[in-house]
Design a protein around this ligand. Structure first.
Ligand code: M6R
Length: 612
């Protein structure tokens, strides 16, 4: 869960581009950072605990020299606390090479013992330093790429690494086994990065390295080999994200920028796929044909965090609209619990990044058990997209805020489309029913916009001000809005550090009601149809025990019962989670802002969890 950058250029200087790359990768880890440059006299290394600004300050104060080749890293600590010494890059005893690493070297203790016995001096607590000494020992003779290949042959674990050796012809080599790594050639030279965000300011033609790939970057070419040293053909893919999307513009935080992008995300994810003539959706991606979907007996969804909450909603949508049974599990549980999959199972992973280690492992496990695999994913070229039999892209654009917002809404929209597609393919939905569902989706955009108006935002700030000091929050929802209760609680806890629990409203009397008191705010998402009445009685039960209630939704009667009402435009029940989640995202954002939290980089979290 770290960010890696690197480059080798024909002329000019590499440092600025690397720092810009690290800035966009900070979402992957932000407890320390560092750079190494290949200088004329050898390696130049600077590293610093804390945010990237700390490193930038030291680089400026020390007038750190620049060069034509370098590597950089932003860290999320796994082995050893976030200190200057543990920050990457790491160098060997004679400072002949520098290494940055994302992942875990599992056999590092035995390698460390062996290397210490033969004279290597270790300075840090990291597993990465072992790899550094190992490569340096192999690099005494021959090319750096050969040394890396030999060293990797001794290593067990997961890694994305970049290695730098200075000299008359500096060498930059990178390798991947697990965590993501991509590379690309620009007019200036060759670049590497943990994800495409770091590369798009330089090139839109990106090679996504595969597990076991080792790449040698040169100023005008890139050579990719497998771990045995055999040459491989890897084709660059054109990436359609813009460099501007990676910036905050005039917004104070990426999170609020991304919340405001959600009406556009709805359009980007859905509108080009709606086909009124057939009352169906048309996916540009392969693998979602009538024939495939008619053969599906059961769907197994696996995901983590916010993406799992999208999965809960997808279950309602697919079971409700397409009548296919859906099971759902935390990816981290599914992968270890010896699950039983019936023949005809379609396993669907949901992921913004497409790189979440548990989600990838769960899908691989499902495949081993005979399932066809598919994903709903935001990042083209990600491991999940490449490994699955079919992918449904969410087209939300780059999401930088650690708290997922627009990617979640895009997942909900994609799930709605998928439910319609399966329903139409299996004859569960008629063309007329399909057309109504498509039209409802189109009508959603202005409704989403109304939840981002100045007036609405001012109201959310008022509510946040009144509740920012409570002991904790309970979020309750039912049916298709139960996952929105889970998501509201997750959002609040991850960015404001306030205690928050999401519960199925019907479960309240089985435990959580004991928490209700004047300093515990209950946020209730109002229901539809039969469930509306049940949710109303939840509101009354909380209020009768002196607990303040904020009601969110379209059911007027529920809103009238609450202390604070957040009215959301009405829409068909299937789409209500998309509207209901927006006020909850805003509430979390405002509470966190008022409490002075670091919204885009909450403590202890990283955007993309690429290790277990
Ligand atoms: O990239 P993914 O969607 O697979 O990530 C899954 C979770 O790590 C992610 O949703 C996490 O829960 C977010 N921080 C939520 O805001």
């Amino acid at each position: 869960m770290c960010g890696i950058v690197g480059a080798i250029l024909k002329e000019g200087a590499v440092l600025r581009g690397m720092i810009e790359g690290l800035r966009v990768l900070e979402y992957r880890g932000y407890d320390s950072s560092g750079v190494a440059i290949a200088g004329p006299q050898g390696l130049l290394v600077q590293k610093k605990a804390g945010r990237l600004e700390e490193l930038e300050n030291v680089l400026a104060e020390t007038q750190f020299p620049d060069g034509l080749a370098g590597i950089g890293h932003t860290r999320w600590a796994t082995h050893g606390p976030p200190t200057d010494v543990n920050a990457h890059p790491h160098t060997d005893t004679d400072r002949t090479i520098a290494v940055v690493h994302n992942g875990i070297i599992e056999n590092y203790l035995e390698l460390r013992e062996e290397l210490s016995a033969s004279g290597s001096r270790f300075l840090s607590d990291t597993d990465t330093e072992v790899l550094t000494h190992l490569i340096a020992r192999e690099a005494l003779e021959g090319s750096l790429v050969d040394a890396v290949l030999r060293a990797l042959g001794r290593v067990r674990g997961h890694y994305a690494i970049a290695v730098l050796r200075p000299g008359a012809q500096p060498e930059v080599v990178c390798a991947r086994h697990g965590p993501p790594l991509c590379i690309g050639l620009s007019k200036e030279g060759a670049w590497l990065g943990s994800d495409i965000l770091a590369l798009i300011p330089h090139t839109r033609n990106v090679i996504f390295l595969e597990d076991g790939d080792v790449a040698e970057l040169k100023v005008d070419s890139i050579v990719v080999r497998d771990l045995e040293g055999n040459l491989l053909e890897r084709t660059a893919q054109r990436v359609d994200w813009d460099a501007e999307q990676v910036g905050k513009g005039s917004w104070p935080h990426f999170m609020i920028k991304e919340i405001h992008e959600q009406p556009d995300v709805l359009a980007q994810t859905a509108f080009h796929r709606l086909d009124d003539e057939s009352g169906d959706v048309k996916f540009e991606e392969a693998g979602w044909t009538d024939e495939v979907l008619q053969g599906v007996e059961r769907i197994q969804i696996v995901a983590c965090g916010t993406a799992l909450h999208a999965g809960y909603t997808a279950r309602h949508l697919i079971e409700g609209l397409a009548r296919v049974p859906v099971d759902l599990d935390f990816a981290s549980e599914f992968r270890y619990r010896d699950p039983i999959l019936v023949p005809g199972t379609l396993a669907i992973g949901i992921s913004q990044s497409g790189e979440t280690a548990d989600s990838l492992a769960a899908l691989r496990r499902a495949r081993e058990l005979g399932a066809r695999t598919a994903c709903i994913c935001n990042v083209a070229g990600s491991t999940m997209v490449r490994e699955c039999d079919a992918a449904l892209m969410t087209h939300a654009g780059p999401e930088i805020g650690v708290a997922s917002t627009k990617a979640f809404v895009a997942q909900l929209v994609a799930a709605y489309l998928l439910a319609i597609r399966i329903g139409r393919a299996r004859g569960q939905l008629s063309a007329d029913e399909g057309r109504v569902l498509l039209q409802d989706l189109r009508l959603l955009r202005p409704k989403m916009e109304s939840l981002l108006s100045k007036k609405f935002l001012a109201r959310m700030i008022e509510i946040a001000e009144r509740h920012r000091g409570v002991k904790g929050f309970l979020f309750l929802g039912r049916g298709i809005n139960y996952p929105i209760a889970l998501e509201g609680a997750l959002k609040l806890k991850e960015i404001s550090y306030m205690h928050a629990e999401g519960y199925a409203a019907g479960e309240m009397k089985h435990g959580p009601i004991a928490l209700v008191e004047a300093w515990m705010t209950t946020v209730v998402i109002t229901g539809h149809g039969l469930l509306a009445e049940k949710v109303r009685s939840n509101i009354e039960q909380v209020r009768a025990r002196g607990g303040p209630v904020i009601a969110v939704g379209a059911d007027r009667e529920s809103l009238e019962l609450a202390d604070e009402a957040i009215e959301v435009p009405d829409c068909n029940e299937w789409l209500s989670p998309i509207l209901n989640v927006i006020p909850l995202q805003l509430l979390s954002y405002e509470v966190a802002r008022l409490r002075g939290c670091d919204i885009d980089k909450p403590r202890n979290l990283a955007k993309s969890v690429t290790v277990e």
